[in-house]
Structure formats: C-alpha cells, structure tokens
Design a binder for this molecule. Structure first.
Ligand SMILES: [Zn+2]
Length: 305
C-alpha cells in the first residue's frame, strides 16, 4: 500500500530556507536586488578591464558575473519548479534547475580558464596596463559593490534570521577581497611593478575556480541523489515514533528543490488495511513535522514478521 502526501511546490518552499511568506519575500527581494547590484558592478568592471587591459579587473568582473548567474539559476529553477506535473513529466520540471546549473558551471570554468590564460600571457610579457586611474576606480567599484551587497544581505538576513542569507553576505564580503586584490595589482603597476596586474589576475582566477568548484560539487551531489545523512535519521526516528510502527527504513532525494522522502514501515500484519492506512497518515504527518523541507512523502507498509 502506498500513500503519497504532496505539497504544492513553492507553497512553503523557502528560496533561502525561511518559512514565513513575508520573510520569504524579503529574502527573495534581497537576493534579487543583490544580483542586480553585482551585475552592474561586474559589467562596469568588464568595460574598464577592456579599456585598461587589466587582467585582474577582467577576472574580478568574471567572478562577480559568475555569482550573478548562479543566483539567476536559482530564480529560474524556482519559477520553473512551480509548473505542475504532466503525463509526460510526472515529477514536474524540478530538475530544470540542475540542467541550467550544468550550463552555468561550464561557463564559470570557461571564464576561469580564459582569465588564467590572459594572466599568464600578460605575465610572460604580452600586453600592458594603461589608464591606471580608471582601473583603480574600477577595482574600487568592485570593492564597494560587494561591500554594499554584503551589508544589505547581512541586515536582511539578521532581521529574518536566515542562515543562508547571512552565509551569502559573508561570501560577498570575501568577494570584496578579490576586488581588493585587483586593486593591489593596479597600485603595484602604478608603483612600477608591471607584474602586479597579471599576478593579481592569477589570484582572482583562484576565486573564480572556488565558485566553479562550489557550484560543481553542489550540482554533483544533487544529480547523484545525495542528501544530508541527518535527513534520513530524522525521517526514520519520526516514523518510528508513531504508535503501531515497529521498524522503519527511509530514503530521500532532491529533485531540484523538492525533497522526496520514501518511508517503509513495518506494522502488525493482522491490522486491517484501514488501520494501516491510518498509521501511514500519522507517519506522513510526523515526518512532515520533522522535515519541514520535505515536499513529497511516500509511505509503504510492510508486514512485521
Ligand atoms: Zn563570489
């Protein structure tokens, strides 16, 4: 016997891990405004990198635009995952987010390779840095853009107590360091050290690799149906706490931002189907309470021997 409890995707699926609708809107707004701020910062740096020939700025621009594109994928995935299931796609389009993530990961790694190659070429004596004043303004825009976004996310994150948003704020704060690296490279060039900019370019390339690594491992974890082990132990403990359940096995996986939990529960074989069905409803309630992030919970009854 199978019972499936489905909750409409997006009904209580917090984009950044918060439950209340008002707080979720505030979190979404913070992520959206920050993405726009970072996009403007990254594009300004990209233009100035072209004018000055600075590879440090080029890499920093790529980094900021990489961060924007990962936010975009989250938004896109959130919208698409609201589409309801059809006969052709019985589980909905949850995995569209992972599919888009693959494209973003490829672009991030490509930009890291490009920034790295440009930095090495420049270090080996090809190309110079010009318009240093404009370049320094560009790097300062990078520092200020990331600092403003970091402060904004931290304020909203603390107000609505979103650990994800606070973590995101720390990321942006660290990203300001990447821009500071580009600035240090340009200041070194101004002081007569031509190698300052390409060395900064290589350092900034490492930051891009870090973003690429995080996006790729996250994606691999999702695509290989990995979950936090605590999800399984919590689900089994919650199911086992229901009267009439003697033993439980749980499995869970994410499809996009939908957490699907399957519970096998062993019960007295002499119970009626109606009684087992009733136990199943209680199990689903208990698991839903223990795992608020679970969107679909399936219960299968087994006969205890
Ligand atoms: Zn970043």
């Amino acid at each position: 016997m199978h019972l499936v409890a489905g909750r409409k995707a997006g009904e209580s699926a917090g984009l950044v891990g918060v439950d209340d609708a008002g707080e979720r809107r505030a979190a979404n707004r913070a992520v959206g405004f920050s993405a726009v701020g970072l996009a403007v910062t990254g594009l300004a740096e990209l233009v100035i990198a072209r004018v000055t020939g600075s590879v440090g700025l080029l890499g920093d621009a790529f980094h900021n635009l990489s961060d924007v594109s990962t936010s975009l994928v989250v938004f896109l995935g959130f919208r698409i995952s609201r589409r309801t299931a059809s006969e052709r796609y019985p589980y909905g389009l949850d995995r569209a987010e992972d599919l888009a993530g693959l494209g973003v990961a490829a672009v991030i790694w490509a930009s890291a390779v490009f920034a790295g190659i440009e930095s090495v070429r420049k270090l080996l004596g090809h190309g110079s840095t010009s318009h240093l004043g404009i370049g320094i303004v560009g790097a300062t825009i990078g520092i200020l853009g990331n600092q403003i976004v970091a402060r904004y996310k931290l304020t909203v994150g603390r107000r609505i107590q979103s650990a994800t948003l606070i973590g995101d704020a720390k990321h942006s704060w660290l990203d300001a360091l990447s821009s500071a690296g580009a600035l240090a490279g340009l200041v070194a060039v101004a002081a007569g050290a031509r190698w300052g900019d390409p060395v900064a370019g290589l350092a900034v390339t490492l930051f891009i690799c870090h973003v690429g690594w995080e996006v790729t491992t996250d994606l691999g974890h999702h695509l290989l149906d990995g979950v936090e082990p605590a999800i399984i132990t919590n689900a089994e403990a919650a199911a086992a706490s229901v009267a009439g359940v003697t033993h439980t096995h749980a499995r869970a996986r994410w499809t996009g931002r939908t957490l699907r939990v399957e519970i096998e529960g062993w019960a007295d074989p002499d119970l009626t189907i109606a009684a087992t069905d009733d136990i199943g409803r209680h199990v689903i309630d208990a698991v839903a309470h223990a795992l608020p992030e679970a969107r679909a919970i399936t219960w299968s009854a087994r006969a205890a021997g």
